[in-house]
Design a protein around this ligand. Structure first.
Ligand code: F6R
Length: 234
């Protein structure tokens, strides 16, 4: 695993954006796996500021809540519209449909779509405090494909800051599975902020354990961990 360290959030975000720009230079019609959350916001801002051409790219988001409409302000579709898609033209933007009548079929459809597009060239991930990637919480089998999850209470609490109250935070989501993520050609794991200190330290210990989902990334041959605002030893 390659490890790049940044200090300030703007350097961190620019470095992340550059990794995406390099990929697009190599392959303008890349298939990009994208994440929501606080961490990649600055990266999206940099892509917008630099007028990056995503018109030939296809994006697949990692996850979406179940039980809120796609135009709900806290849906991940809305997040992506607000933070990227409204500002830059993207070839195609795909996000699991958390309103689908049959969620199991929706998960299968999403897997099919990824396959039809030849798989993901570059996947961006954030890191949950409990080591989750996408919404794959501790204990999720490493062999999981896109599936419906019950969100951990800790994750709901962490995300409650975006809702009026904890009660409003959805209890379920659709997420790409761990095996789906691991099939991406290249992965960037973005970790920023002191509150991620413990998670990033555990990540760097290198032990691969289903109780810390991100640890599987040690078994992928092309992962870049980009950390910032945390003290790291190696
Ligand atoms: C978001 C996602 C999550 C976040 C993680 C970190 O699409 O899949 O795994 O990446 O919860 O979130 P932030 O960046 O808000 O700390």
């Amino acid at each position: 695993m390659r490890h790049i360290k940044a200090n300030r959030y703007d350097d961190f975000s620019l470095t992340a954006a550059e990794l995406i720009m390099n990929q697009l230079k190599k392959k303008p019609n890349s298939t990009l796996g994208l994440a929501t959350g606080s961490t990649p916001k600055g990266m999206y801002e940099q892509l917008i500021k630099r007028l990056i051409d995503l018109s030939k790219a296809v994006t697949f988001n990692l996850d979406e809540y179940v039980g809120i409409a796609s135009d709900h302000p806290q849906s991940y579709r809305s997040f992506m519209e607000d933070n990227l898609f409204q500002h830059i033209r993207v070839g195609q933007t795909l996000i699991p449909d958390g309103e689908a009548a049959n969620l199991t079929l929706e998960c299968e459809r999403y897997e099919q779509l990824i396959k039809q597009h030849g798989g993901i060239d570059l996947q961006v991930l954030g890191l949950g405090h409990n080591g989750h990637i996408g919404f794959n919480e501790p204990g999720t089998p490493f062999s999981s494909r896109t599936h419906v999850v019950d969100l951990a209470e800790t994750t709901r609490k962490a995300n409650a800051r975006f809702f009026n109250s904890l009660d409003e935070v959805p209890k379920k989501a659709i997420t790409m599975g761990i095996e789906t993520i691991m099939e991406a050609e290249q992965i960037i794991l973005l970790v920023y902020g002191e509150d991620k200190q413990e998670a990033v330290s555990r990540m760097l210990q290198g032990e691969v354990d289903e109780q810390f989902p991100a640890s599987i990334l040690h078994e992928h041959s092309n992962v870049t961990l980009l950390s910032g605002g945390v003290k790291v030893l190696n």
